[in-house]
Structure formats: C-alpha cells, structure tokens
Design a protein around this ligand. Structure first.
Ligand SMILES: Cc1cc2nc3c(=O)[nH]c(=O)nc-3n(C[C@H](O)[C@H](O)[C@H](O)COP(=O)(O)OP(=O)(O)OC[C@H]3O[C@@H](n4cnc5c(N)ncnc54)[C@H](O)[C@@H]3O)c2cc1C
Length: 394
C-alpha cells in the first residue's frame, strides 16, 4: 500500500503532524489507543501549553534549534485551536494551562483535525523493518497479526522517548534515526523523582514545603516533596533534568529569606522556647524533627547568638543533598537527549542527509521544563514537519 506520508506514533507530535501534512497520510501506533500520554497528563486534565513558552524553557545540545518551530507555531496558535474546538481551560499557576474538564478532549480534538485532513490511523500496528530505496521508504508492519508492506515518500518518526515503557515507550525512533545516519545525544530520564539508597526521608514522606532546588547552577522555586524513596515535587522534578548521578542538589528551605528575622524576634519574645519549637512555627513538625537530628539543632532560642542563628539559617538555606539515583524511565515524565538536532532542519524537522525523513516531538534532543512546555514542543515540531510536508507534496 502506498502513501505520501507515514507517521510512526499517534502521540501529541504525530497527531499534530498528521493534521497538517496533507496528501495521503497514515499514522501507525502499536498502542490500542492514540495519545495515551496526553490522556494521563496533568492528572487527567493535560497541561497542554504554557503561556510563557520561550526557547529558554528547553534543554538541548543546541539551545537555538527549537526557536524556529516555537516561534512559528506558538502557545497562542494552540490556544486558538483549543478555542475553535470550544475546549474550556484555565491557568493553574506559572502560566500552566489545563483543560477544565478532561485531557480526553485534547485527544478528541486532534483526532477530529486528523479526520478533517483525511489522515488514516492504524492502531495495534508495529513497524518491523524499514528501508529506503533512494526515493521511497518501505515498511514491513504487523497489523493485527498480519504482515503488511507499506511505502511512502515521507517517513515521520514521532514515537517519543523512553519514558514510561509500561505505556509502550521504546527507543524505536532512535534506532531508525541511527539506521539512516542521524546522530544520537545520550539519553537519560528527566522530570523524575530523585532517590536515596538509605530511604532517609521515609519517616517524613508526604511532607511538602516551598523551597528552591538547585543543581548545576540551575535553580527552581516551587514545592519540594519528601517521599519514601527520596525527593520529588515540582522543584525537584525540574532540577532532575540538570542533575547527573553523583552530583549534589542544594535545597533552600527559606526561599523568601525571612527565617533569620523570625528567629531573632522569637529570641526576644519567646526566649524560653526550644529552637526546634520555634522552627515548627515555620516548617512542618516532622521536617523540624528530621532537621534537628541531622543538623544537631538543640537549646533554647533565648540562648542563641546572632552568629549561631545565622549559621542555622545558612544550613537551612544550603541543605546539600546527594541523591544516589532517580526513579528512572519507569516514572520519568520525559527523556533528555535523543536524535541529534545537528542532523535536522530546525525549520522543517527534516533530516539534512535524507529527503523525506522527519523526526519530531520528544524523540528529538529538545526537552522542556515541567509546566506544559513538552506538549508545546510536540505541537510546534509536529506542525513544522506537517506543514513542510504539505508544501513539498503540492
Ligand atoms: C505521566 C506523564 C505526565 C505528563 N504530563 C505532561 C503535561 O502535563 N504537560 C506536558 O507538556 N508534558 C507532559 N508530559 C510529557 C509529554 O507527555 C510528552 O513530552 C509528549 O507526550 C511527547 O509527545 P510525542 O508525540 O513526542 O511522544 P508520545 O506522546 O510519547 O507518543 C509516542 C507514540 O508513539 C508510539 N510508539 C512508540 N514506539 C512505537 C513503535 N515502535 N511503533 C509504533 N508506535 C510506537 C507510542 O505508543 C505513542 O503513542 C507528561 C509525561 C508523562 C509520562
């Protein structure tokens, strides 16, 4: 069976691409349903974009690569699409936009857009072998247990990264990209909780505090959550993308810098109280108990010198953590690294050395922060490839 374009992966990027690629387009996916990650994202409400999206919110060996696509298909363009489908949304925090009702509305919207564009969708279909004869791609796919031979002028790799293998994530795009001569930037789990082999935070699991988390000089101020196995919460997920095994993460539990003033006034007004009691006026009691054991915090607040209070604040503001690992691809929201952008056009996502081969979405070495940026990259890169394909097939 011959197509103009075959897209591998009916996720956010693949469906967006299919809605714009024109001609005879087929999307294949080995899953039973399209857009499974969209469905589970944002607690079932999909944080589909971020109002403040710029290239600064992405990590890549080439930080300039994502600029063109993000500028040509912006968060406002996606909001127009959402508006045209009458999907109600709200801003939760920090520019993060969520559906009022359900992430399933985004999937339904993309399916409608694909249908409008005349694209076909084959689910439960896996690509086995892919080759190129100099003009067209030839695919051997398995559909419902039957081998089917397909060919297309354009092949779009939209099969995502390695995160959440239980949901069908695979390194497929990387293998095929390499088969056709594209490079790979080393991959690792990102937006992922960090772990400690000794499970030191098990006694305070469930405690959450506002904090600044910093790894490799990059800092995020949001909540930090202590868990059975280690550290999580948005601030930690964000810095996990900048952290490598063996490195430290520094937590500042006094992000507003008000602790010293509080302790000094407590010294005057509540001098007989223990320092730990005063600290429970600022932090959850279970956290204070942990800090007092780890930092040896003892004595009455009235007996502390300015220097002692300053030293205590400095420790709370620069609490050094050495995670021993991360939860890995099992729970990582995204995969850092991927297909090397050096081999791709930033305007069209097409391979520079093989006409008709495109790579989009998470498979590319472009990884967004937490907060809707990863979906925006999927929309922007999918749109860039789709419109380029449509223009080339006219
Ligand atoms: C739990 C969770 C929550 C998230 N929440 C958000 C959020 O709220 N906001 C945000 O911006 N980002 C979020 N993300 C990240 C976001 O889901 C991804 O960045 C985005 O889905 C990437 O889109 P994609 O189309 O490139 O890949 P995917 O959405 O992963 O789609 C890839 C598709 O390819 C298919 N596939 C894989 N291998 C093959 C193969 N060999 N053959 C055929 N098909 C194949 C898969 O079944 C899948 O349907 C979240 C991720 C997770 C895991």
């Amino acid at each position: 069976m011959d197509f103009d374009t075959i897209i591998i992966g009916a996720g956010a990027a693949g469906m967006m691409c299919a809605a714009h690629s024109g001609g005879r387009t087929l999307v294949i996916d080995h899953a039973k349903a399209p857009g499974e990650k969209i469905r589970i994202s944002g607690g079932g409400r999909c944080n589909f974009t971020n109002l403040g999206t710029t290239s600064a919110n992405f990590i890549s060996e080439n930080p300039h690569f994502c600029k063109s696509a993000l500028k040509r298909y912006t968060q406002w363009d996606f909001l127009d699409l959402i508006g045209a489908h009458a999907i109600a949304w709200h801003e939760k925090t920090l520019g993060q936009l969520f559906c009022d009702e359900s992430a399933k509305q985004i999937i339904a919207m993309l399916l409608k857009e694909m249908e409008r564009a005349g694209a076909e969708l084959w689910l439960k279909t896996s690509a086995r072998k892919i080759s190129h004869d100099g003009a067209r791609f030839h695919l051997s796919v398995e559909r419902d247990g039957t081998q089917v031979a397909l060919s297309a002028r354009n092949l779009v790799l939209a099969s995502g990264g390695k995160s959440i293998p239980k949901m069908g994530a695979s390194g497929f795009a990387y293998d095929i990209a390499q088969q056709f001569g594209l490079g790979l930037v080393e991959t690792r789990p990102a937006l992922v909780p960090l772990t400690f082999a000794d499970q030191r935070y098990a006694p305070i699991s469930g405690v959450a505090v506002p904090a600044v988390a910093c790894a490799n000089g990059v800092a995020f101020e949001e909540a930090v959550l202590f868990t059975h196995r280690g550290l999580s919460g948005p601030a930690v997920l964000q810095v996990s993308s900048y952290w490598s095994e063996g490195e430290e993460v520094v937590l500042d539990l006094d992000p507003k810098g008000t602790l010293f003033t509080h302790l000094r006034s407590a010294r005057t007004e509540q001098g007989k109280r223990d320092v730990t009691t005063v600290l429970t006026q600022v932090f959850p009691a279970r956290l204070v108990q942990h800090l007092s054991e780890e930092m040896g915090i003892t004595g009455r607040i009235g007996d502390q010198s300015d220097a002692a209070l300053e030293a205590l604040c400095a420790r709370v503001q620069g609490w050094v953590q050495r995670p021993t690992g991360s939860e890995g691809y099992r729970t990582a929201e995204v995969t850092l690294g991927g297909v090397d952008t050096n081999g791709l056009s930033s305007k069209t996502m097409e391979a520079k050395t093989l006409n008709g081969l495109y790579v989009i979405g998470e498979a590319v070495d472009v990884t967004g922060w937490l907060g809707g940026y990863n979906f925006q990259w999927a929309w922007s890169s999918g749109w860039a490839a789709g419109t380029a394909i449509a223009a080339s097939t006219v």
